[in-house]
Design a protein around this ligand. Sequence first.
Ligand code: NDP
Length: 263
Amino acid sequence: MMADATPASVSRPLTINPDGRLAGRIALITGASRGIGRAVARHFAAEGAHLILTARTQGALEELDDEIRAAGGQSTLSPADLTEYDTIDRMGAAIFERFKRLDILVGNAGVLGTLGPLAHADPQEWDEVFAVNVTVNWRLIRSFEPLLRMSDAGRAIFVTSTAGHRPRAFFSAYAASKAALRMMVLTWADELKNTSVRINLLNPGGTRTAMRSKAFPGEDPETIKTPEKITKYFVELADAACARNGEIVEVPALLAAEEKGTK
Ligand code: NDP
């Protein structure tokens, strides 16, 4: 497993507000074991959501679950390799059985693959990148659309990347898969525009995680923003009051505007 660039020790202690913006909302977060997904899970928990946490690394999920419960929050673990697609269907059935709805879906799990010339990409790795970054998210859509429709205000957020819309040499399968994810999610948002479900993408920009370190090994991680800096934008899109649909929230531009505003 890759080393986590955002270990639990650097996060602030978790305080739960049971009457927070996401109080009582049932939220499934993929890739919750580390990086952006873990930070989003902690912020959602702080806002009172009941979390369903999934990723392959059971130990990391258990650690997060312990922290959330110790702070008085609620979470349910569902460790899985999501490319074993049937597990997603089983998760859907289990969530229906227990909650009869899903309020928030965060499709965050992703893999970078190996950066390099397209012509040299490894075919097996190409398939794996598309499996995690595209097909898993389609299977989530397929399994969870009915449950999101059962919510009074279903919200879905998928994590995209600048690499998916601005060509950058050597980003290979990762760039192509994020472009595919973007169009898939925007298509789905258009399909459901007349429902109470709201579906958006979020581009975090460079964020201090294991994936970022793998993509830019020469970079000093201290110069890159932490995942905690961006989680509020996920909360906004997850909020029942969010009216946006079919948008791509560009976090770097929002942060830059905020910084300008404070100067
Ligand atoms: P990390 O590598 O830190 O985390 C990736 C997460 O995805 C982990 O929790 C991992 O869990 C999970 N995951 C990967 N493969 C699978 C699988 N087969 N089944 C289940 N879970 C899986 O990356 P980040 O936090 O940086 O990335 C999160 C998202 O943000 C990704 O979609 C990424 O593309 C996107 N992004 C990140 C940027 C950055 O600068 N960090 C910039 C732009 C976009 P486990 O290994 O335990 O299964």
